[in-house]
Write a protein that binds this ligand. Structure first.
Ligand code: NDP
Length: 453
């Protein structure tokens, strides 16, 4: 059995690779389990050296990996280079972690009390197709640094860079069995990782629906889980904001990666008195988004991941949808969909409630600060968001009131290697990146040593 990997920009098969099933997952878990005692025992400084070597090896291959990712995921080559660069940065950042996994000493009676951060064992990593290698790296970096061994399951639609990474890791000196890749369907391979008794933890990024199933499956064995799920993030623009800057930045905060981004600011909440002015500027900015061949250096947005996904996205824009602006998209083969702005939209319309995961944005009016908070939080999700205003105190009040794991003021960024990333509410459980991710790949052990007297 093979996986025929399709290039979204051409709809052609670009590679065929073996398709793993439950047996291959079991074999990979067994390899990871066998490799665990030796990997956790590697001296911290030596584990750092190996992770740095892995980062160097990926950097040497950066352009090849970026082209592979751009073709397989349909993302602009500039974005793909940025993502592989972040993979390198992530391994470098966590290369510093093995020597910094500090414990505490706690004053107690009759002895000495100390804590250790122990690795979990074999960790299963299940990653999606929207940011294939970089999301894998966010999990691999802290998992490996903490002394765990891993089985990585990429999405069937985009397995190619993960398969390459397995090879690169071996060449870079990661011991055999420490990083194992199984490319196969989620319902088989992902499910097996969740059920397997030798997998201590599952770290998952993907849909909230599949995340719920993983949480249910993990409950049977009280398995540790980290879930990074969907979003419906609000980009809140007050009338006192720099409207030029907010409107210029808004398109790529939702059309980046063709909207297939859990942090997409897919609801733009605009204060009513600034609505007309903002929409006018937004419309002009959307017209300038360059949609086309992912390998063209000028491209800002590529195709959607698949024909089926394009149908899902299109279902949010029926004939009578309030389309106020529409960008262009190539004709012909490939899963293209133009950047689309819907306005005005009610916060309870389907397009404003569900995660579209495509280049469709809803513009929604609000009256005052309280209404902005209420509308921003009126969602099951809580992953990301932005606030645009020149009033610093209001920005801080909003930053505290909006129920999201990450928020930016006068900017639309969400993710940095050195800062925590993750969701409130049904956007997930746990945090990735920054120092916080290590908490999710270690257990705290408390040791009491009686000293007598
Ligand atoms: P999924 O949640 O189905 O896929 C994410 C990963 O989970 C893939 O590796 C997939 O494998 C795997 N998986 C699927 N089913 C199971 C299962 N039963 N047990 C364990 N693992 C499983 O997302 P989709 O690809 O179907 O995308 C659907 C929607 O999900 C999108 O439209 C978007 O709304 C949301 N999404 C959100 C993401 C995010 O970043 N938060 C990322 C991707 C999707 P495989 O694909 O190989 O079957």
């Amino acid at each position: 059995m093979t996986i025929a990997v399709v290039e979204p920009a051409t709809a052609e098969v670009m590679a065929e690779i073996p398709r793993a099933g439950a047996e291959e997952v079991d074999a990979a878990v067994a390899r990871a389990r066998a490799a665990f005692p030796a990997w956790r025992a590697v001296d911290p400084a030596d584990r750092s050296v190996i992770l740095r070597r892995l980062a160097d090896a990926i950097e040497t291959r950066l352009e090849d990996l970026a082209v592979l990712e751009a073709r397989n995921a349909g993302k602009p080559i500039g974005d793909a280079r940025g993502e592989i660069g972040m993979v390198v940065e992530t391994f470098r950042y966590y290369a510093g972690a093995p020597e910094r996994l500090l414990g505490d000493t706690i004053p107690v009676a009759g002895g000495i009390d100390m804590t250790f951060r122990e690795p979990l064992g074999v960790v299963g990593l299940i990653v999606p197709w929207n940011f294939p290698l970089v999301i894998a790296a966010w999990k691999l970096g802290p998992a490996l640094a903490a002394g765990n061994t891993v089985v990585l399951k990429p999405a069937e639609l985009t397995p190619l860079t993960a398969v390459e990474l397995e090879r690169i890791a071996l060449e870079a000196g990661l011991p055999e069995g420490v990083l194992n890749v199984v490319a196969g369907p989620g319902s088989v391979c992902g499910q097996r990782l969740v059920e397997h008794p030798d997998v201590a933890k599952v770290a998952f990024t993907g849909s909230t629906e599949v995340g719920r199933g993983i949480a249910r499956g993990a409950a049977d064995q009280i398995k540790r889980v980290t879930l990074e799920l969907g979003g419906k993030s609000a980009n809140v623009v007050f009338a006192d904001a720099d409207l030029d800057a907010a409107a210029a930045a808004a398109p790529m905060s939702v059309f980046g990666n063709a909207g297939q981004d859990c942090c997409a600011r897919s609801r733009i909440l605009v204060q009513r008195e600034a609505m007309d002015e903002f929409v006018e500027r937004l419309t002009a900015a959307v017209a300038g988004v360059r949609v086309g061949d992912p390998l063209d250096e000028a491209t800002q947005m590529g195709p959607l991941i698949s024909a089926a996904h394009r149908e899902d996205v299109a279902s949010f824009v029926p004939e009578d949808a309030p389309v106020v602006a529409r960008g262009s998209a190539p004709d012909g083969p490939g899963f293209w969909y133009p950047p689309t702005v819907l306005a005005p939209v009610d916060n309870h319309d389907r397009a404003a409630v569900e995660e579209i995961f495509g280049p469709v944005v809803c513009v929604i009016a609000f009256t005052d600060e309280a209404d902005a908070v209420a509308k921003a939080n009126d969602t099951i999700y809580g992953l990301s968001g932005s606030v645009w205003t020149r009033d610093g105190a209001k920005a801080l009040r909003m930053a505290r009131a909006v129920e999201t794991g990450v928020l930016s003021v006068n900017s639309n960024t969400s993710v940095r290697v050195s800062t925590p990333f993750g969701g409130f509410k049904q956007s997930g459980v746990g945090r990735e990146l920054g120092p916080h991710a290590l908490d999710h790949y270690t257990e705290v052990k408390n040791v009491y040593f009686a000293t007598g007297g």
